[in-house]
Write a protein of this length. Structure first.
Length: 277
């Protein structure tokens, strides 16, 4: 972590994570331009509080890592503006180059391997869940075999294997949820890099603007035509029993997950609510 000197009120409590800097030239075929996400469609705001921000180039990440039994060497670990984790440039022994999510404690020069059978469970190796020992941290987990990693991809996150049941593995997610996943789904050993990110203190609104996050105005500070909480003289209450969204739907604490979602049958135990301090 890097802590700034208190030269201004905004800098006083601001901090950041020092990102790894590139040490080599990276292949251009793994980088492409992308449209800026402004939260608008045909001029109308479809996602509030989005817009602006720095220009970004998209790095093509290999979430599949399906090049089996061919060792790959880690050439570089760099910052990616499109995600919270660092990414690693790997070069396979046949010369092919790919970007992957960099696990925590992975170093330049390490050799990693992906396999559809049992291999040594060291950091960066990818293998089926059935071959990973209990309580090992894993990330970039597939939901369906061959569809690529979908779960546990954010900075500092990791899941752990609790037990094996028939053709399923029971996994504890970072949220605390316990769910079943098929044994032949692939996962990568280790936790995702950049675990210090959750400790960042942004310090001022300008840093969020650079990230494309616009100001969030309270509903009670608006006019009645703009929000159900709006109107009234001065700092008045919202004038209703429960808070609502700008479109009149219940907000704050209301479950939005579909009751008949097809993955519900794989959830063994729901995540627990955080206790209020």
């Amino acid at each position: 972590m890097k802590y700034y000197k208190p030269t201004t009120p905004a800098r006083r409590h601001a901090s950041t994570v020092e990102a790894p800097k590139s040490k080599i030239n990276h292949p251009k075929f793994l980088i492409e331009g992308t449209l800026k996400k402004t939260g608008r469609s045909n001029g109308r705001v479809t996602i509030r509080h989005r817009g602006g921000g720095e220009k970004k180039l998209y790095r093509k990440i290999d979430f599949y890592q399906n090049k089996f039994d061919i060792p790959a060497k880690v050439k570089d670990i760099i910052y990616d503006p499109n995600r919270t984790a660092w990414i690693a440039l790997i070069v396979y022994s046949d010369g092919e180059k790919r970007y992957i999510l960099a696990p925590h404690k992975l170093k330049i020069g390490d050799i990693i391997l992906s396999s559809s059978s049992k291999i040594k469970p060291k950091i960066g190796n990818r293998m089926p869940l059935a071959d990973i020992p209990l309580d090992y941290p894993v990330h970039n987990i597939e939901l369906e075999p061959g569809k690529g990693g979908k779960l546990v991809r954010g900075a500092g996150s990791a899941a752990s294997i609790l037990s094996f049941e028939d053709e399923f593995v029971i996994i504890k997610m970072p949220s605390g949820e316990k769910r079943k996943i098929r044994k032949n789904c692939l996962a990568t050993i280790g936790e995702v890099s950049n675990p210090e990110r959750k400790s960042i203190r942004w310090g001022k609104a300008g840093r969020l603007i650079h990230r494309g996050i616009r100001p969030r105005v309270r509903g009670k500070a608006m006019n009645p035509c703009d929000h159900p909480h709006g109107g009234g003289e001065g700092n008045t209450p919202i004038g209703m029993k429960h808070p609502k969204t700008p479109w009149g739907k219940p907000a704050l604490g209301v479950k939005t997950r579909k009751k008949k979602k097809w993955t519900n049958k794989y959830i063994v135990e729901r995540r627990k609510k955080k206790k209020k301090k």
